[in-house]
Design a binder for this molecule. Sequence first.
Ligand code: BEZ
Ligand code: FE
Length: 286
Amino acid sequence: MKDINEYSLTQAVKDSFKTEPDSRFEQLLHGLIDHLHDFTREHQLTHEEWMRVLMFLYDCGKISTPERHEFILLSDVLGFSALVDMVNSRGGATEGSNLGPFYLDNAPRKPLGADLSDERDGVCILVHGKVTDSLHNPLPGAIVDTWQADAAGTYPIQEQEQGQDKMDLRGVFEADENGRYWYTTVLPKPYTVPYDGPVGELLRAGKRHAWRPAHLHYIVRHPGMNSITTEVFFENMDYIDNDAVFGVRKSLIAKVKPAKKADIPYETQKTPDAVVEFDFVLAPES
Ligand code: BEZ
Ligand code: FE
């Protein structure tokens, strides 16, 4: 019989998988086994502690539904989602940030200059900018897909039972011949990630809050370029320095400037109170 001990076990487990040598799958699986076994040895994990981890994961599974992904939330609050964004950031391109749970892939197309707020209360902002490649060449026809919370920090999709239309506060724009996009909307407010489940328990155990700073979500696409999923935040707003899901990057913070008529070269459906400018940079497909 093989002499197996707390050290030789790690190689035995790796060998037990008949993976294709040097494949990506093998590298990731072996890496995961190495790190988890090292973690267990280093901290001399007890049975109770390991069972607590397994029950926590069980609870995450139990509360998850197609609309509520507790494992994604776990990845978010542990900084894994942010880390995957960071290691996949391409030089020169706009940095990536959280997709979040409220994206819908069939949001309505809107003409440039449209208003997304549908008469909602709040500060009306003009959001505008350019979509370019990393050499500043405009990308005409780039698709700017956006969604956001309202001035109370709520996504309409969360309030469908109260009569809200889930397609509100979202829209898909096509950049003009100079790669420019513009529209008006309401300035969103901060909101909390769901904290009534196991991840909320984890946050409370770590004396952490569940707030995200106000933000606008984007997916920006153009043929031949890598699409980006990101968020735009606002300077000096609450929670900008302590986002519960670590989504904020310096390069993703925009200023909210009072709207001066002379500074607004665009036709808009609604007259804005303030202006937010943000340019997106896409890198070529790799
Ligand atoms: C959001 O930005 O919509 C979000 C991100 C992570 C967790 C929950 C919500
Ligand atoms: Fe969000």
